[in-house]
Write a protein that binds this ligand. Sequence first.
Ligand SMILES: [Zn+2]
Length: 433
Amino acid sequence: MATLEIRGATLLTMVEGADPVEDGLIAARDGRIVYAGPAGGHHGEAQPDETLEARGCVALPGLVNAHTHCAMTLLRGFADDMQLKPWLEEMIWPTEARLTAEDVYWGAMLGSVEMLRAGVTCFSDMYHFAEAGTRAAVEAGIRVCPSGVLLGFLDTADEMLERALEFTARLAAEGHPRVHPMLGPHAPYTCPDRLLRRVADGAAAQGIPIHIHLAETRQEVDESLAAHGETPVAHLERIGLLETPVNAAHCVWLTDRDIEILAERHVGVVHCPGSNMKLASGVCPVPKLLGRGVVVGLGTDGAASNNNLDLLEEARLAALVHKLHDLDPTVVDAGRALALATRGAAEALGLGDVVGTLEPGKRADIAVIDLTAPHLAPGHHLVSDLIYSARASDVVHTVVEGAVVVRNREVVGLDEGEVLRQARARGRRLAEG
Ligand SMILES: [Zn+2]
């Protein structure tokens, strides 16, 4: 039985309503949390396999990046300051057509290393060559929700779906504790109804969720209204896609009726403020969604439209953009922003019973953040400091499934130099065409 203890940190369990715990102890056994509370409240293990001394730090649930395309790290900075449609059609898709499985493996390895160093312990990955991306995540030690990507306008869309269903069935049979498969139709505007219905049937048969982009741009909504006489959300509802669990990225352009549908169907909304700002897509109505009881989590989207996978930064953007948009500094406060990046993102992915808080029985996915840097002093308010001042580089240890994967700011068991060499060479080759 593998045992781990984290001693001395202030604990932010992110359990709703719980206060920070000074001088806390987290004990984990076989990948699961057995205790998270005051040091005096648990006898601990006689001899834990590993102990992390974390005085001067805060320990919180590992951050959950509920929407990204991990291997797009290879296209970071490749095509910036463009409209979404030409960005996708002229730059991203033609370049992605040249990707190999090995490119995706190294791109996903780069993204996994970047996220682990930033305290992100779980990510939802919609991307090509999902087997290669998943293999990288498993080897890097991070938790992953792979969904592949289905582009309905390709001649091979039906074949892609067959392969995706085989892949998810195989993953379910293997039952890796850090892999949570999903199906990933790209978006309503890139997938015909016939394909989306088959996706819904396949997801229901396998008992897995669907991950999709939804209502990202005003153009998408206008085109849906012209083609179907209804919004993208109403359309997915009508064709039956929302009868299985769905988590939907962006959800920027929503009518009140759309918000009702998302609430009634328990759709998990993944807010991606960095990407939405960079592509000038618009602002997801997060305060309104939360007010209506919709589950909302946070995602970075791909590194080509962000341009990093730093979820603390994303939480800061979430806290800031709604204040500016609503001209109200009280909306999406620091506590809410941190909840979006942890508990909310886990719930949006359907993993609310697995990760997202520090509670006995949940998987031991933990971020330990050093609070001793000048930009975090004097330390008036822990949660405010995390959201408005902390940086990915303040993360000192990261634990996934009870295993220490970043120790003292170094990724454990990986040749990071080789990851960077491969990623640079492959990124250059892709950009040159
Ligand atoms: Zn995306």
